[in-house]
Design a protein around this ligand. Structure first.
Ligand SMILES: NC(=O)c1ccc[n+]([C@@H]2O[C@H](COP(=O)([O-])OP(=O)(O)OC[C@H]3O[C@@H](n4cnc5c(N)ncnc54)[C@H](O)[C@@H]3O)[C@@H](O)[C@H]2O)c1
Length: 396
């Protein structure tokens, strides 16, 4: 190994370029090779990784002998096949953008990789789940896990009200067959967060969703997009704990893009997270700063926590959680791409140096569970029926 960790990139559109900009801030990392089929994206990617060589196709990239770590930022429907090829032909640590795959066949194919890993050499595969690494959400997770102010989390809601899906190269994100559907494509992040905050797997999902407004006036080769633009999704956990996703993608007027709320028997956490700064209207002044509020119920002496509805919760503290300006400028995700890369870099460096137990914080198994919950939620929204996550096709 040279002194730097050498990265190979697969696909360098909007998100791949965000990864390149963030990786450029990590000392000891360098991007040596990229496969990007689109000429315009290739040019942009070259401006962020001037030392990288562009491979003419995926197989040529895969054949390189100078790669220490892979980053997959191609469209969703390419992930499963490309990951399987890396594992078979040039196994090095992988950071795989979410979602890990787009359908049950993909889940089964990637599960086979995990099953084989127990008999073959272990390879760390990290599913990129940037929301875990946004500073306000990292703080929310830490407070929820400590349970100091809340007790065990009983309810966890995530409201995302934002702008419609952006235009992508070749418009791949307009069709569920390429994305997995909205509840897989973007909401796998939230289902991962729900598992992580609740520290448990959900047992059942029910979703109500529709495509009420967005992309209905668009056509691609005569076909209208088929992706949901709003939904409520309820996850049941064992022991009467539950989580709710409230998604609306025609709500770009929202001051905060995500509002997350964890409630336990003792108190609650409220977290507000702004969307990408580049979309904030300049005429409204400075973009909002992320906040976390911790509040508790009144204590009524030795008996514990009161149930008196006339007494309001006590806000203990509201913390502003600003994000470094350089990190905000390097991406659309509140600095999370940088923090995630820092951790992936340390893991890949340790693995390359011989620590064959170096483990990802978000595993491929975590990525597959997030996809399964998303696929089950899509199925529930289609059929109106709650779907088991304990048995049957979507069992976690
Ligand atoms: N974690 C997040 O918050 C987040 C945000 C945005 C996108 N993403 C994920 O990142 C991935 C890329 O999304 P994007 O927004 O950059 O889309 P994009 O369309 O901007 O970029 C995808 C790129 O992949 C290239 N490509 C197409 N076919 C390819 C192939 N077979 N092999 C390699 N490259 C190929 C395209 O030319 C394009 O440049 C998706 O999986 C998406 O879900 C994650």
């Amino acid at each position: 190994m040279t002194s730097k960790l050498r990265y190979g990139f697969i696909g360098c559109g909007m998100m791949g370029q965000e990864h390149l900009r963030n990786l450029a801030m990590i000392k000891g990392a360098m991007v040596v090779a990229i496969f990007e089929p689109d000429a315009a994206m290739k040019k942009l990617a070259a401006s962020f990784a001037p030392e990288a060589i562009f491979a003419t196709n995926f197989d040529a990239l895969l054949a390189r002998t100078d790669i220490d770590a892979w980053v997959i930022t191609s469209p969703n429907h390419c992930h499963a096949e490309q990951l399987a090829a890396i594992v078979a032909k040039n196994p090095k640590p992988v950071l795989l953008e979410k979602p890990a795959c787009v359908d049950l066949a993909g889940v089964n194919a990637l599960q086979a990789i995990l099953d084989n890993a127990s008999s073959n050499a272990y390879l760390p595969i990290w599913t990129a789940m940037e929301y875990r690494y946004m500073p306000p959400i990292t703080k929310l997770i830490a407070e929820a896990h400590s349970a100091q102010y809340t007790g065990e989390a009983v309810m966890f809601s995530i409201r995302e009200h934002r702008y419609p899906f952006l235009t992508k190269v070749g418009d791949w994100n307009r069709f569920s067959r390429n994305t997995g559907g909205t509840l897989v494509e973007k909401c796998c992040h939230f289902f991962d967060l729900m598992r992580h905050v609740m520290q448990a797997d959900p047992i059942r999902v029910y979703a109500s969703g529709g495509q009420n407004h967005n992309h209905l006036d668009e056509a691609y080769a005569g076909e209208t997009p088929d992706i949901l633009d709003n939904a409520y999704v309820v996850l049941d956990f064992a022991n009467g704990r539950r989580a709710l996703l409230d998604l609306c993608m025609f709500a770009e007027g929202s001051r905060y893009q995500e509002e997350l709320c964890v409630v336990g028997a003792k108190g609650k956490l409220d977290c507000k997270v702004p969307g990408p700064g580049r979309f904030w209207p300049a005429e409204l002044g400075d973009a909002p700063v992320a906040q976390l509020t911790v509040s508790q119920r009144h204590k009524t002496g030795a008996d514990g926590w009161t149930n008196n509805p006339t007494i309001t919760a006590v806000p203990l503290k509201t913390l502003d959680i600003p994000v470094d300006k350089a990190l905000l400028a390097a991406g659309d995700h509140n600095g999370s791409t940088f923090y995630q890369h820092q951790k992936f870099f340390e893991m890949a460096k340790a693995y390359t140096a011989g620590d064959k137990n170096a483990k990802p914080e978000v595993s491929l198994a975590d990525g597959l569970k997030a996809v399964l919950i998303g696929l089950a939620a899509e199925q529930s929204a289609k059929t109106g029926v709650a779907i088991s996550l304990e048995e049957g096709a979507y069992a976690l």
